[in-house]
Design a protein around this ligand. Structure first.
Ligand code: HEM
Length: 356
């Protein structure tokens, strides 16, 4: 009787959605088991933390008011008056940081496991776009509480965008909604943060996940793909994913309760910039690099060269699968070395920024 009911519902959905092909695909999905399998969990972890962002972001939207006159006060209200408001805001802020950290780990692990190789080039490309979108989420969200630190960090960040040759002045005005960081910038960043970025992420994430389903999980070249044992995605791998997600909830709750996210002082555009302005940790290595670059290099503006250099690196990151030397047989694969240098560079420059 129960089975008949399930089958009838199955038929109903099949007729309207054609869902059986998708269900079959997921039912047959297998995950290879080898000594590097742990790294397969980080894509799912990033996805879970993104879901936490969506859920807590919607709750914050119920009370947040996006204008220079009301934003700071509304966040203060969330922190002090709304039941569990402090918890929701702290989880949203902590989870944003953990999500970006998970995305970086996911990127480097797919790089070292060489999962970007044929036929997964577009999975990689869509992944890099997701990372840039995640960084844009972080940058736009940082301003929303309209506090002093965020105000000046946004001023510095958008100033840097303004230095880009040719498009800089346009970019600066586009981001700020004028020449200065004002209430217009806040309204604009709010629009990016709750409408444009979520809509774009939904599309790119849909493509990324579709491609992961289509190609299945890759096996690194050092593991023999023909003899490697596999695990069923449903229920075995998914249940292990769930354990990871529960651990993430525990870490998030502990961080939010022990270190509730600070609000600071309300932004005052006429006050002098406080000392030690620095962006969020994931931009710090670039910020620090720009500080160290001499003002003139071979007669050219050092800051502009630094910005162009990072722009070029971002582009190279996107097209990595198409320029990797392993496409040419017999050539030494330099990507793992480049990956290690990149990790060391990010860690060392960030450490300098925080220690000096
Ligand atoms: C920021 C949001 C991202 C989300 C939510 C996400 C989600 C996922 C998920 C759920 C998987 C399947 C499980 C796994 O391999 O861990 C996956 C696979 C993959 N992702 Fe991402 N990802 C993101 C960013 C990235 C980035 C930044 C890259 C690299 C540039 C990337 C490249 C890949 C590749 C190549 C695979 C296939 C792995 C394989 O077949 O072994 N993703 N992603």
């Amino acid at each position: 009787m129960k089975n008949q009911t399930i089958s009838r519902w199955g038929d109903w959905f099949e007729e309207r959605l054609g869902w059986r092909a998708v269900a079959e695909l997921i039912r047959h999905k297998e995950v290879p088991q080898h000594r590097y399998s742990l790294w397969y969990y980080f894509g799912g972890m990033t996805l879970f933390l993104f879901c936490v962002q969506v859920a807590t972001g919607i709750l914050l939207l119920l009370y947040y008011r996006p204008s220079a006159e009301t934003a700071f006060e509304s966040v203060q209200f969330i922190m002090t008056e709304v039941q569990f408001g402090w918890l929701v805001r702290s989880i949203h802020s902590w989870s944003a940081n953990l999500m970006i950290a998970a995305a970086f780990i996911h990127l480097f692990s797919t790089l070292f496991l060489r999962a970007y190789r044929k036929p997964r080039e577009l999975t990689w490309v869509s992944g890099t776009l997701l990372l840039f979108l995640a960084l844009a989420f972080g940058f736009s969200g940082y301003l929303l509480p309209w506090n002093k630190l965020a105000f000046f960090a946004t001023k510095v960040g958008t100033d840097i965008a303004g230095v880009v040759p040719l498009v800089g002045p346009f970019l600066l005005r586009f981001l700020r909604g004028g020449d200065e960081v004002t209430g217009a910038t806040l309204t604009r960043f709010f629009g990016f943060h709750v409408a444009i970025l979520p809509a774009t992420v939904t599309v790119v994430l849909g493509i990324h996940l579709y491609l992961v389903q289509k190609h299945g999980m890759s096996t690194p070249p050092s593991v023999d793909a023909r003899s490697v044992p596999t695990m069923k995605f449903i229920p075995d791998f998914l249940l292990r994913d769930l354990v990871g997600w529960l651990a993430a909830v525990t870490v998030l709750a502990a961080l939010a309760a022990i270190f509730p996210w600070e609000l600071g002082e309300k932004a005052d555009p006429f006050a002098p910039a406080p000392a030690g302005i620095r962006p969020e940790w994931y931009f710090v290595f670039m910020f620090q690099t720009l500080k160290y670059i001499p003002s003139k290099i071979l007669g050219m503006d050092g800051e502009i060269l630094g910005i162009l250099f990072f722009g070029l690196l971002a582009l190279l990151l996107v097209v990595t699968p198409f320029i990797s030397s392993e496409r040419r047989p017999g050539k030494l694969n330099l990507l793992p070395i480049v990956g290690i240098i990149a990790i060391l560079y990010i860690l060392i420059l960030s450490a300098f920024a925080y220690l000096t």
